[in-house]
Ligand binder design. Structure first.
Ligand SMILES: [Zn+2]
Length: 212
Protein backbone atom coordinates (compact mmCIF):
# COMPACT_ATOMS: atom_id res chain seq x y z
CA UNK A 1 0.00 0.00 0.00
CA UNK A 2 1.55 3.28 -1.14
CA UNK A 3 0.14 6.35 0.58
CA UNK A 4 0.58 10.09 0.70
CA UNK A 5 -0.41 12.14 3.76
CA UNK A 6 -1.31 15.79 3.18
CA UNK A 7 -2.13 18.11 6.03
CA UNK A 8 -1.63 21.59 7.44
CA UNK A 9 0.62 22.23 10.44
CA UNK A 10 -1.15 21.27 13.68
CA UNK A 11 -3.35 18.59 12.10
CA UNK A 12 -1.40 15.69 13.62
CA UNK A 13 -0.23 14.29 10.29
CA UNK A 14 3.19 13.17 11.56
CA UNK A 15 1.67 11.42 14.58
CA UNK A 16 -0.85 9.59 12.41
CA UNK A 17 1.82 8.63 9.89
CA UNK A 18 3.76 6.94 12.71
CA UNK A 19 0.66 5.07 13.94
CA UNK A 20 -0.42 3.97 10.44
CA UNK A 21 3.10 2.87 9.64
CA UNK A 22 3.09 0.57 12.70
CA UNK A 23 -0.45 -0.73 12.19
CA UNK A 24 0.08 -1.71 8.55
CA UNK A 25 3.79 -2.51 8.63
CA UNK A 26 4.65 0.06 5.99
CA UNK A 27 7.45 2.60 6.04
CA UNK A 28 6.95 6.21 7.09
CA UNK A 29 9.15 8.36 4.86
CA UNK A 30 9.49 12.09 5.31
CA UNK A 31 11.41 14.25 2.86
CA UNK A 32 13.74 15.31 5.67
CA UNK A 33 14.57 11.66 6.37
CA UNK A 34 15.29 11.04 2.68
CA UNK A 35 17.70 13.99 2.53
CA UNK A 36 19.47 12.94 5.72
CA UNK A 37 19.78 9.30 4.60
CA UNK A 38 21.19 10.23 1.18
CA UNK A 39 23.74 12.48 2.85
CA UNK A 40 24.66 9.78 5.39
CA UNK A 41 24.93 7.09 2.66
CA UNK A 42 27.08 9.49 0.60
CA UNK A 43 25.24 8.76 -2.63
CA UNK A 44 25.91 11.05 -5.60
CA UNK A 45 22.61 12.85 -4.98
CA UNK A 46 23.39 12.97 -1.27
CA UNK A 47 26.58 14.89 -2.01
CA UNK A 48 24.62 17.43 -4.05
CA UNK A 49 22.01 17.85 -1.35
CA UNK A 50 24.65 18.28 1.32
CA UNK A 51 26.24 21.17 -0.56
CA UNK A 52 22.90 22.88 -1.11
CA UNK A 53 21.83 22.53 2.49
CA UNK A 54 25.20 23.73 3.76
CA UNK A 55 24.73 26.88 1.69
CA UNK A 56 21.31 27.25 3.34
CA UNK A 57 19.50 27.03 -0.01
CA UNK A 58 16.26 25.18 -0.74
CA UNK A 59 16.63 21.81 -2.42
CA UNK A 60 15.27 22.26 -5.98
CA UNK A 61 12.30 20.25 -7.30
CA UNK A 62 14.32 18.08 -9.69
CA UNK A 63 16.82 16.99 -7.09
CA UNK A 64 14.06 16.27 -4.55
CA UNK A 65 12.27 14.09 -7.12
CA UNK A 66 15.47 12.21 -7.93
CA UNK A 67 16.10 11.60 -4.24
CA UNK A 68 12.58 10.30 -3.66
CA UNK A 69 12.94 8.08 -6.71
CA UNK A 70 16.25 6.71 -5.43
CA UNK A 71 14.75 6.08 -1.98
CA UNK A 72 11.68 4.30 -3.36
CA UNK A 73 13.79 1.73 -5.21
CA UNK A 74 15.24 0.35 -1.97
CA UNK A 75 14.13 -3.04 -0.61
CA UNK A 76 12.55 -1.79 2.61
CA UNK A 77 9.69 -0.01 0.80
CA UNK A 78 8.42 -3.14 -0.97
CA UNK A 79 5.59 -3.59 1.58
CA UNK A 80 4.51 -0.02 0.98
CA UNK A 81 5.09 3.43 2.43
CA UNK A 82 3.60 6.69 3.61
CA UNK A 83 5.09 9.78 2.02
CA UNK A 84 5.03 12.71 4.42
CA UNK A 85 6.05 16.10 3.03
CA UNK A 86 6.21 14.94 -0.59
CA UNK A 87 4.91 15.81 -3.14
CA UNK A 88 4.60 19.51 -2.42
CA UNK A 89 3.96 20.71 -5.95
CA UNK A 90 1.92 19.43 -8.90
CA UNK A 91 5.16 18.99 -10.86
CA UNK A 92 6.45 16.66 -8.13
CA UNK A 93 3.12 14.78 -8.13
CA UNK A 94 3.23 14.33 -11.90
CA UNK A 95 6.80 13.04 -11.78
CA UNK A 96 5.97 10.69 -8.92
CA UNK A 97 3.06 9.26 -10.94
CA UNK A 98 5.53 8.35 -13.69
CA UNK A 99 7.39 5.84 -11.55
CA UNK A 100 5.11 4.92 -8.63
CA UNK A 101 1.58 3.67 -8.16
CA UNK A 102 -0.13 5.60 -5.35
CA UNK A 103 -3.13 3.88 -3.71
CA UNK A 104 -4.52 6.72 -1.63
CA UNK A 105 -3.88 10.28 -0.55
CA UNK A 106 -5.15 11.08 2.95
CA UNK A 107 -6.05 14.75 3.28
CA UNK A 108 -6.18 16.00 6.89
CA UNK A 109 -8.83 18.67 7.24
CA UNK A 110 -8.90 21.18 10.07
CA UNK A 111 -10.46 24.65 10.28
CA UNK A 112 -8.22 27.67 10.25
CA UNK A 113 -9.51 28.68 13.70
CA UNK A 114 -8.63 25.28 15.16
CA UNK A 115 -5.14 25.28 13.61
CA UNK A 116 -4.49 28.72 15.06
CA UNK A 117 -5.89 27.63 18.44
CA UNK A 118 -3.71 24.52 18.54
CA UNK A 119 -0.47 26.11 17.39
CA UNK A 120 -0.72 29.51 19.07
CA UNK A 121 -1.52 27.89 22.43
CA UNK A 122 1.62 25.78 22.31
CA UNK A 123 4.39 26.49 24.85
CA UNK A 124 7.81 24.88 24.89
CA UNK A 125 10.18 24.35 27.81
CA UNK A 126 13.45 26.24 27.44
CA UNK A 127 15.16 23.58 29.56
CA UNK A 128 14.07 20.13 28.38
CA UNK A 129 12.01 20.90 25.25
CA UNK A 130 8.75 19.44 26.65
CA UNK A 131 5.66 20.70 24.81
CA UNK A 132 2.56 22.07 26.57
CA UNK A 133 -0.67 23.73 25.51
CA UNK A 134 -2.20 26.58 27.52
CA UNK A 135 -5.66 24.97 27.62
CA UNK A 136 -5.35 21.41 26.25
CA UNK A 137 -2.26 20.38 28.18
CA UNK A 138 -1.35 23.10 30.67
CA UNK A 139 1.53 22.83 33.16
CA UNK A 140 0.63 22.82 36.87
CA UNK A 141 2.16 26.27 37.38
CA UNK A 142 1.52 28.60 34.43
CA UNK A 143 4.68 29.29 32.44
CA UNK A 144 6.78 26.70 34.30
CA UNK A 145 7.75 23.19 33.15
CA UNK A 146 6.37 20.34 35.31
CA UNK A 147 9.34 18.15 34.50
CA UNK A 148 12.36 20.38 35.03
CA UNK A 149 11.08 23.67 36.49
CA UNK A 150 12.45 25.84 33.68
CA UNK A 151 10.48 28.62 31.97
CA UNK A 152 8.18 27.92 29.03
CA UNK A 153 8.35 30.07 25.91
CA UNK A 154 6.18 30.85 22.90
CA UNK A 155 7.98 29.98 19.65
CA UNK A 156 7.97 32.85 17.12
CA UNK A 157 6.70 30.36 14.54
CA UNK A 158 3.67 29.59 16.74
CA UNK A 159 2.49 33.18 17.19
CA UNK A 160 -0.83 33.99 15.53
CA UNK A 161 0.55 36.13 12.69
CA UNK A 162 3.26 33.56 11.91
CA UNK A 163 0.75 30.70 11.93
CA UNK A 164 -1.51 32.65 9.57
CA UNK A 165 1.42 33.11 7.21
CA UNK A 166 2.39 29.42 7.37
CA UNK A 167 -1.20 28.51 6.56
CA UNK A 168 -1.38 30.87 3.65
CA UNK A 169 1.77 29.31 2.16
CA UNK A 170 0.42 25.82 2.86
CA UNK A 171 -2.95 26.46 1.21
CA UNK A 172 -1.41 28.09 -1.83
CA UNK A 173 0.93 25.13 -2.31
CA UNK A 174 -1.54 22.40 -1.48
CA UNK A 175 -4.80 23.45 -3.18
CA UNK A 176 -3.51 22.45 -6.65
CA UNK A 177 -2.26 19.12 -5.26
CA UNK A 178 -5.64 18.40 -3.71
CA UNK A 179 -7.35 19.00 -7.06
CA UNK A 180 -4.72 16.90 -8.81
CA UNK A 181 -5.44 13.86 -6.63
CA UNK A 182 -9.18 14.45 -6.40
CA UNK A 183 -9.42 14.33 -10.20
CA UNK A 184 -7.66 10.96 -10.12
CA UNK A 185 -10.07 9.65 -7.46
CA UNK A 186 -7.23 9.11 -5.02
CA UNK A 187 -8.11 11.73 -2.42
CA UNK A 188 -9.71 10.80 0.90
CA UNK A 189 -10.59 13.58 3.34
CA UNK A 190 -10.49 13.04 7.06
CA UNK A 191 -11.77 15.42 9.73
CA UNK A 192 -8.81 15.87 12.07
CA UNK A 193 -10.53 18.32 14.43
CA UNK A 194 -11.67 15.83 17.08
CA UNK A 195 -8.70 13.96 18.59
CA UNK A 196 -5.86 11.64 17.55
CA UNK A 197 -7.85 8.45 18.29
CA UNK A 198 -10.69 9.64 16.11
CA UNK A 199 -8.33 10.54 13.23
CA UNK A 200 -6.74 7.11 13.54
CA UNK A 201 -10.14 5.39 13.25
CA UNK A 202 -11.07 7.39 10.17
CA UNK A 203 -7.78 6.51 8.47
CA UNK A 204 -8.13 2.80 9.32
CA UNK A 205 -11.63 2.76 7.90
CA UNK A 206 -10.43 4.22 4.61
CA UNK A 207 -7.42 1.90 4.34
CA UNK A 208 -9.41 -1.21 5.23
CA UNK A 209 -11.91 -0.26 2.55
CA UNK A 210 -9.08 0.15 -0.02
CA UNK A 211 -7.52 -3.18 0.99
CA UNK A 212 -10.72 -5.16 0.42
ZN1 LIG B 1 11.32 21.26 31.06
Amino acid sequence: MNLIFLGPPGAGKGTQAKITSKTYGILHISTGDIFRKAVADRTELGKQVKEIMERGDLVPDNLTISLVKERLTEDDVKQGYILDGFPRTVLQAEKLAEFQRIDAVINFRLSKEEIIRRLSGRRICSGCGAIYHITDYPPEVPGICDKCGEKLYHREDDKVEAVEKRLEVYNKQTEPLISFYRKRNLLYDIDSSINPENSEQQIMKILDEINK
